[in-house]
Structures are given as C-alpha cells and as structure tokens.
Design a binder for this molecule. Structure first.
Ligand code: PLP
Length: 374
C-alpha cells in the first residue's frame, strides 16, 4: 500500500523536538516558527506534558463517553479559569478543529431552529461537510458539500453584513484572526457589529479560535482584543500541543439535551491529560504574557524592514506579506534552518511559534530574515 498523496511536504523527516526546536534525520536543528501549523503551544516535548500523558496512559488511556470521566471536569474548570471571562460557559469535547466547528454550526442550528449561516471571504473553517461549505475556497468543496445554507459576506464589511442579516440566520461564524486567509485582523467594530446583529436577530455569534486561540494572540482568545463575547467558541490546535483534541465552549443560555451532540473519542482520558497539562503550563509559565511581549517585539522589528509590504496579527500569530514570500521562506529553511508557515494566496509568511519562544530566539529569526530579504 502507498500513501494517498495529498500533502506537499518538506524534504525531510523530524526525529526529535524540544522547546522551540526540531531536528531532522541528519541531525540538522531547526528553529520552529511554524509549530506544526500553530499546534505547538507550550513547546515540544515539555517534561510536564510528557509525564502527564505517560502517567495517564499507565492508568487508563481511553474509555468512551458512557462512564464518568472526572478529568473532563478538571479540564473544563482549568480551561474556564484561563479564558478570563468564560468561566460560566460549558465545554463539549471532540477531536479536531473541523469537528469543533461542525458541532458549533449544528448547535446554532438546533438552538435557533434555523438553517442559514453567515461566513466571510478568505475564511477557513475545516474540511468536513458544513464547515467546508463555510470555507471560502471552492477547490476544496466537493459537490456533496455544496449547500445554499451558507451566505458569504466580505470580511470586515459591516454594511454588507447588515444587508444579509435577518431572522433566518442561525449563526455567524468568524475567525478570531483569519489564518489561512493570510492573518487578516477583524476590526473591533466589525466584531462588535456581528455581536449586535446576532443579538438583534436572535442568531448565535460563533468565534472560530482554532488557530488564533489558546493564548496565541496574547489574550486567551483573539476576539478578546475587541471586547466582544461570543455564544460559541471553537478551539483545537494549541489545546493538546499535538495530542488530537478539540472543543467548543457554549454560553449558558444554550440548553443541552442528551444525544444532541456526541463522539466516540472526544474527551478521552489521554486527550484530557494532554489538555490539562497544556492549561497548567500556560498558567505556570505565563505564556500568554510571553506571547504578547515577544509577538509585539517581532511585529515592531519586522515593520522596520522595508522589503516587507505588510505585517499583521496579534501576539504570536503574525503574517508577513512580501512579493517573494516563497523564495524567502525557502531560504529561511535551507540556509538558516528556520521553519515558517505560509498563506500562498496572500503572499504571506505566517509565524506561528510555540508560545514560550524567547526574545533571543526571536532575534535569531529577525537577523536571518533581514539577511534573506536584503
Ligand atoms: C481557523 C481554523 N479553523 C478550522 C481549522 C480546521 O482544523 P482541523 O485541521 O483540526 O480540522 C483550521 C485548521 O487549519 C483553522 O485554521
């Protein structure tokens, strides 16, 4: 059997990882400013994380949601405490970002009894049924995923949103910071407009914080920079630092019912042990503060480089737009052993490092970057 060939791959494998670094099979050491696609939040192979998962595996690794799983409650409590404002929400656990968003849309539809969802240009919400339809990329929407239930509106366009909003809309889904779309920042007033229109028409505001959440923006959720509160917030990526786990947190006014949502693997013991360790480390090591501090430093310094067309983002989710982005990214990887992410359609390099990156690691990148672009 061979692998179904759907991924363009870097020309190496990784055999070791620690903190902000990964090593390939030839012993080359890379500074990881990609974090396996924004997934590595607390750093690779953090000792407390490794121990928590190992200890849990030695007790019980998995049982389905048919028995009491107290560590789910521990996770909900620790996650709630980290969110700074969402302590009274409840948590539904699943396994990935797409699944989290799928459940968010489903819940909005169940709750309102409505079918229509508003999504935005340049959005990415995942590759499964309703969420791929809400993703602004026709090339990944299969005929079976096509639906007239999704209405697209230009991102950050309040007037256009106002025109389509009505009492048929179940929910509005928007990324805290658009990731695949090239790190596009929603304006404060755009998010506040979504909030007020959802309130006016009885729709739910759904924040997709799968990439921009979990402290990456310098606040726990990126939309907290805009002083709004959502009804449902989806998360995944940084939540398990690589262990597959996702979830949605749900406002108290949305009532659960047995059987309404469900999953076999979601919230299993091992995944919860990983996610609890992530919460502990974010808190103990003050990683949100570090994300804000090092992220701001990176953005300020990057803005001084004249070859760069634009620098966008919050904290450690940074988009660097430049004409020859592909070349620069390749040179960073091959000549300087620095991994970065990309949003090809937006000519943008994406920086998504672990949240414990140090200022000296940031300086190492800035020096290499200046050398490559000049
Ligand atoms: C904003 C956003 N939403 C949803 C997803 C889908 O997550 P997953 O790949 O875990 O299904 C992603 C993945 O890149 C994402 O960036």
């Amino acid at each position: 059997m061979t692998l179904f060939d759907v991924y363009p791959l870097f020309p190496f494998e990784l055999t070791k990882a620690e903190g902000c670094y990964v090593w390939d099979e030839n012993g080359n050491k890379y500074l990881d400013l990609y974090g396996g696609h924004a997934v590595i939040s607390i750093g690779h192979t953090h000792p407390h994380y490794v121990k928590s998962i190992t200890d849990q595996l030695n007790k019980i690794g998995f049982y389905s949601n048919s028995v009491q799983i107290p560590i789910q409650k521990e996770l909900a409590q620790k996650l709630g405490a980290l969110t700074g404002g969402y302590e009274d929400y409840s948590l539904f656990l699943c396994n990935s970002g797409a699944e989290a968003n799928e459940n968010a849309l489903k819940l909005a539809s169940f709750h309102t009894g409505r079918k229509k969802i508003i999504a935005f240009s340049k959005s990415f919400h995942g590759r499964t049924s309703a969420v791929v339809a809400a993703t602004d990329d026709k090339s990944i929407i299969a005929p079976v995923n096509e639906t007239s239930n999704i209405i697209f509106v230009p991102f950050n366009d309040e007037a256009a949103l106002e025109v389509v909003m009505n009492d048929q809309i179940a929910g509005v889904i928007v990324e805290g910071l658009q990731g695949v779309g090239g790190v596009q920042v929603p304006t404060d007033s755009f998010l506040q407009k979504i909030r007020s229109l959802c309130d006016k028409f009885g729709a739910l505001m759904i924040m997709d914080e799968i990439q921009s959440g979990y402290g990456r923006s310098g606040k726990f959720f990126s939309h907290q920079h805009s002083n709004v509160k959502a009804d449902i917030i989806s998360m995944a990526k940084g939540m398990g630092n690589g262990f597959p786990i996702g979830g949605i947190i749900i406002a108290p006014h949305i009532e659960p019912k047995h059987g309404m949502l469900g999953t076999t693997f979601g919230g299993n013991h091992l995944a919860c042990a990983a996610a609890i360790a992530v919460c502990d480390i974010i808190k103990q090591e003050n990683l949100m503060h570090n994300a804000a501090e090092v992220g701001t430093y990176l953005m300020v310094e990057l803005k001084k480089i004249s070859a760069i067309k634009d620098v966008r983002g919050y904290g450690l989710m940074i988009g660097v737009e430049l004409d020859n982005y592909a070349d620069v990214r390749k040179k960073l990887m091959i000549d300087h052993k620095i991994l970065t992410g990309v949003s090809g359609k937006q000519n943008t390099i994406r920086l998504l490092p672990p949240l414990n990156i140090t200022k000296s690691e940031a300086d190492h990148f800035l020096k290499a970057f200046a050398e490559v672009v000049n």
